[in-house]
Design a protein around this ligand. Structure first.
Ligand code: BGC
Length: 768
């Protein structure tokens, strides 16, 4: 078993943490979390752990948050106000060890050595512990855990340990932590348990098998309770104890579903392979993912580590085989945001999936297609046509944004995003369009994508109302900058909405030209008339954008320029968000921007910022932005990189990278996955200048001088393309198929399959 614990020495492939601190434990558990898009598990310690709290000025705070999640398993727990939330399932990694009847708890022993490592390449969590009991008995052990990328229903845990003396009565209990589950048991059998969520009726079954060997001899367990194994023996000094546990999980989506048989079948698959087979298949599946998605940066170890960390969590979050779920704001790594899906997915994550894992992108967009009825219902409820997606979405696509939350001072604050943050509909349309452009997946476009584009465009046309000035306005909204609520004509919202309509008109042309039968059935289904299409054209022409033709600057929303200017450099040392420092009211009255807003628009639609406009807008908004969201820094890095400001871009990139890579207490509720998507985008779409939205794939690099090279692969129109960029050259390999045209720094080159093309950047910029 020892080989399973082999720890990589390559620093860019491993996260390492020594010791144990109550203060950072919760953030560490998020950062080192394991997931495979179906199962998620925080990296809480398995051994010698009890639930741990920390006294906190008058109340109690969780210090350790051992949680396991199943994607798509939602309930309506007792939260106020009530919203669906991802419900935790039984923690299948718990192990209790008793020595002469005393439980081994870290709180009363002496930790001589303790570490946790997350091996990013193999996606396994490794822990080591040497602990001396008050009695003087010393135990040394290591644990390995994974959730399988090869068979997403499976989890695996291995444990190996020894004691330093003979004759101790040892008892090891392997159980499924079931307290705090929030679900009702349906059945509890020796090797299988099933529970259901009372509110939604969704259910889960978990099955397990465990073995233990002492000095190579198999010991038989007692089975006092469902999913619990208890072994007792007398210790021999130095004797190796080896324990393995395979678990299998299945979700039931219907009220009367019994997921038990599916879990039992998955367990049988795992047992047939044995732990070595489960581990080997998992490593092979991750090897494949890394070959597709790794980004190698030579010359900047900090960025290299941040990229590996980002790609690790992005890969862990997705499941191409499940079209009923999408990735929540904290993926499957924590409770914050209740597992809800935001624009984060389409705008911050999808570019990664579309470029390197289109099957995962397609599954997430299909989730949006499946939730289109709920988006239609939301638009209708608000008196509009078409589809308005939920700002926060769970399993059904209904709006799940809490209407009120408690503010830092304990007062309740109304949350208006669920009614006013409309740009989500254009964000979904944007991701659909980018996916179609980059993959050429016509089947998805015809079956689902076109309908999303049309229904979201229809919403914008009905929401953008003609006024006396002959323009169409979109009033009472919240843009990405959530510091400013209930504003009129937010540039991001309006320009994205207008773009959405324009793409829908293109989609109509494409359907009519290439799939006329589908065009007829779809237009009939949607009762889409020529008059309505004419109105969309009118809307696209008349929607106000806030662009000042004299300066080339978009006003973020009507009246923004009249708000109080605030010199953010005066607050550079603050440790908390600006709205906490100066208060909500003053923040709202000022020009301070929470996160990339017009800057995000530049990142998404660079063509809307021709010539000097890009620079002008960035220099205008960057100093006004307080980065009160982890989504902000990556977008700024991307835009600064495209503008050729490598210093500023690197500064933002390091800022974005630090958010979860360092033990920021804000990651206690889960990793901020959108920020990680931002890290990937800043490097690949920013510094490397990848563009997969056109008729040819494009690369326009602007590397920082200290980087020697950047290498990555993407999939474009179904074909792999490998890219390596240095300060002076771009090298492209297309492994097979027809020759491919590639736009390198503006010039078109033909790449023959199997024959690497190396282009000098000086020549490329010189060519037409
Ligand atoms: C940000 C939103 C984001 C949400 C979830 C908020 O703080 O302002 O843009 O969608 O967090 O990550």
């Amino acid at each position: 078993m020892q080989e399973a614990f082999a720890l990589t020495r390559e620093p860019n492939w491993v996260l390492h943490h020594e010791g144990y601190s109550l203060l950072s434990e919760s953030a560490l558990e998020s950062r080192f979390a394991l997931a495979n898009g179906f199962l998620g598990m925080r990296a809480a310690r398995a051994i010698s752990r009890g639930p741990t709290w920390l006294s906190w000025l008058g109340y109690i705070k969780w210090a350790s948050w051992p949680r396991c999640y199943v994607a798509g398993l939602f309930d309506r727990p007792n939260t106020v106000p009530p919203v669906p939330a991802l419900v935790p399932v039984a923690d299948w990694s718990r192990v209790r060890i008793l020595l002469n009847g005393d439980p081994l708890l870290l709180s009363d022993g002496e930790m001589i050595a303790g570490m946790r490592s997350l091996d990013l390449r193999r996606a396994v969590l490794l822990s080591e512990l040497t602990d001396r009991r008050p009695s003087g008995i010393t135990g040394t052990g290591c644990e390995m855990r994974l959730v399988s990328m090869a068979d997403r229903a499976l989890g695996l845990q291995l444990l190996r340990f020894s004691l330093d003396r003979d004759g101790i009565d040892v008892r090891l209990e392997a159980n499924f932590g079931m307290s705090g589950l929030g679900m009702e048991p349906l059945r509890l059998e020796p090797d299988l348990g099933a529970w259901h969520a009372e509110g939604t009726g969704e259910s889960v079954a978990m099955a397990g098998a465990a073995t233990l060997r002492a000095g190579g001899e198999l010991l038989l367990p007692e089975r006092p309770f469902s999913l619990r194994w208890v072994w007792s023996w007398r210790s021999v000094a130095g004797q190796q104890i080896e324990f393995d546990r395979i678990v299998a999980v299945a979700r039931g989506d219907e009220r009367d579903a019994d997921p038990g048989p599916a879990a039992a079948m998955a367990l049988a698959r795992g047992r047939a392979l044995g732990w070595r087979g489960v581990l080997a298949a998992h490593e092979a599946a991750w090897g494949q993912r890394w070959r597709a998605a790794d980004v190698v940066v030579e010359g900047d170890d900090a960025v290299q580590r941040a990229l590996r960390f980002a790609v690790y969590h992005l890969t862990s979050a997705a499941n191409p085989d499940d079209e009923t779920v999408s990735v929540g704001a904290r993926a499957l790594t924590g409770d914050a945001y209740f597992g809800h899906v935001f624009w984060d997915t389409e705008i911050y994550l999808l570019p990664f999936y579309t470029a390197v894992w289109p099957e995962a992108a397609r599954a997430m967009l299909t989730y949006r297609f499946r939730t289109l009825p709920a988006a239609r219902a939301k638009a209708a409820r608000m008196g509009f046509k078409g589809a308005l997606y939920a700002w926060e979405s769970a399993d059904t696509g209904e709006e799940t944004t809490p209407e009120r939350v408690m503010g830092p001072d304990g007062a309740m604050i109304d949350i208006l995003t669920g009614q006013m943050e409309l740009h989500i509909s254009a964000d979904v349309a944007y991701a659909v369009w980018q996916y179609w452009r980059a993959t050429g997946d016509d089947e998805f476009f015809v079956a689902a994508g076109a309908e999303i584009l049309l229904e979201t465009a229809r919403f914008w046309a009905s929401r953008a109302v003609m006024e006396a000035d002959g323009k169409r306005h979109i009033r009472h909204v919240i843009g990405p900058d959530e510091y400013h609520e209930d504003v009129d004509d937010n540039a991001f919202t309006n320009v994205m909405g207008r773009w959405n309509i324009a793409r829908a008109l293109e989609a109509i042309e494409a359907l009519r030209a290439r799939w006329p039968d589908r065009a007829v059935t779809l237009f009939e289904k949607l009762s889409l008339s020529d008059d309505e299409i004419t109105d969309w054209r009118d809307a696209a022409e008349r929607i106000v954008t806030g662009l000042d033709p004299a300066t080339g600057i978009y006003e973020q929303f009507a009246g923004y320029d009249q708000r109080e200017p605030l010199d953010l450099s005066q607050y550079a040392d603050r440790k908390v968000p600006i709205d906490v420092v100066i208060g909500r009211e003053r923040t709202q009255r000022s020009q301070v921007v929470k996160q990339a807003d017009v800057v995000a628009l530049m990142a998404l639609l660079p063509d809307e910022f021709p010539g000097a406009m890009a620079e002008a807008n960035f220099r205008h908004y960057e100093p006004r932005t307080a980065h009160g969201s982890s989504l902000s820094a990556g977008m700024h890095a991307l835009v600064a990189a495209r503008l050729g400001d490598a210093d500023m871009a690197l500064r933002f990139l390091h800022h974005a990278a630090a958010a979860d890579l360092e033990l920021d207490p804000n990651s206690a509720g889960g990793i901020r996955i959108a920020g990680l998507g931002g890290v990937w985008q800043a490097v690949v779409l920013g510094f490397a200048g990848l563009d997969i939205s056109g008729e040819t794939i494009g690369i326009a690099p602007r590397l920082p001088p200290e980087w020697r090279s950047v290498s990555f692969s993407v999939r474009w129109r179904g074909r792999p393309v490998q890219v390596r960029i240095t300060a002076a050259t771009v090298r492209v390999i297309v492994p097979d198929g027809q020759p491919m045209d590639v736009r390198i720094a503006g010039g078109i080159r033909k790449v023959d399959a199997g024959a690497p093309l190396e282009v000098s950047l000086k020549q490329a910029t010189a060519s037409p």
